[in-house]
Write a protein that binds this ligand. Sequence first.
Ligand code: NAD
Length: 389
Amino acid sequence: MIVEPKVRGFICTTAHPTGCRANVRQQIEYVKSQPKTNGPGRVLVIGSSTGYGLSSRIDLAFSSGAATIGVMFERPASGKRTASAGWYNTAAFEEFAHADGLYAKTINGDAFSRGVKEQAAELIEKDLGQVDMVVYSLASPRRTLADGTTVSSTLKTTDSDYTNKTIDLATRRITEVTVPPATEQEIADTVKVMGGEDWKEWISLLSEKGLLAPDAVTLAYSYLGPELTHPIYMDGSIGRAKEHLFRTSQEITQEVPGVTAYISVNKALVTQSSAAIPIVPLYISILYHVMKEKGTHEGCIEQMHRLYAEKLPALKTDERGMLRLDDWEMKPDVQAAVLRAWNEITDENLGQLADVEGYWEDFYQMFGFRMKGVDYAADVEVDVPVESI
Ligand code: NAD
């Protein structure tokens, strides 16, 4: 089948198997070009198939030789429908890991459910005995609770309407968007989905079953960002969830014996989740432009390599104990340049002040399109198995 991108709003409903494989291979090549690290030997990655979770898994496997179990929620191909990008990424990851003699297995199911937690616990017990590290990189718009009800996360402010510039990426026009405040219920639901409750359930269950190695470490990812995005991010409904995630890291460290939990504050990047947040895509396009000009731009894999090769081993944290991978993004000169561009940007100077091209390139590449060296006119088999599933 010839696979073409079908973009609907901020999502692409098709994915290219060869392109996704090339993307994973490129990330592996980056890691292999760096000095090897002496990281954890056995790792569970929850949310392992795309974005930061995928790059964490790639880095830990190919830099420190970790055996990895991944948990994801992805769609295999069916009939003429391609699989989701995360499915193809995982198929490629396992293929490359196994070729290098690395242990890699994946569970495809709802990480919020008790069943998937039990399944992961059984697999750890059977194959690895214990894990030294648990990476929690879930990003989900909804969560089904134990009683069967489903709650959704919301990307809104928490007090009043917030109006600011945004970009219509399809037409490349600067427009204005007003983000309304979330209700108390919407905030509580967002905290349920994206806060720390589920992370703690995972860690408690693994700890109770004796599946965490002595001195195990667990990490979850967060974002703070500049003032410009505070009303919609840090001070918004998602920010409340991230604050809960941070408090949970402290609770895990205090309450779960032998485990230390960290929050890593990562850089704003194009992923399937960030594309859905109002205002943020314009911020990211300007940020890319500024950081590429300064030579400090990083993608998910560079970020995750810096996390696991430098920040975590050196325990370089801020005063609240968070690892700061957003350090280069938040540099005063970078933020001053972003703000200047933000204030000046119009339809006419968009090309000079923002890297919309770079945004789209990352967007398409997330789904395996526009990868160099891939023949998109060629017929491809879309039904690709993940070796361990
Ligand atoms: P992503 O959408 O690329 O990845 C989400 C992962 O979660 C995928 O592997 C997906 O399969 C998995 N997943 C979703 N729902 C699931 C479920 N119910 N069961 C099992 N797996 C499920 O997202 P991302 O941007 O890499 O985000 C990961 C984390 O990093 C989030 O906590 C996010 O807030 C944080 N973060 C993102 C950015 C950014 O700019 N993208 C910046 C800083 C921090």
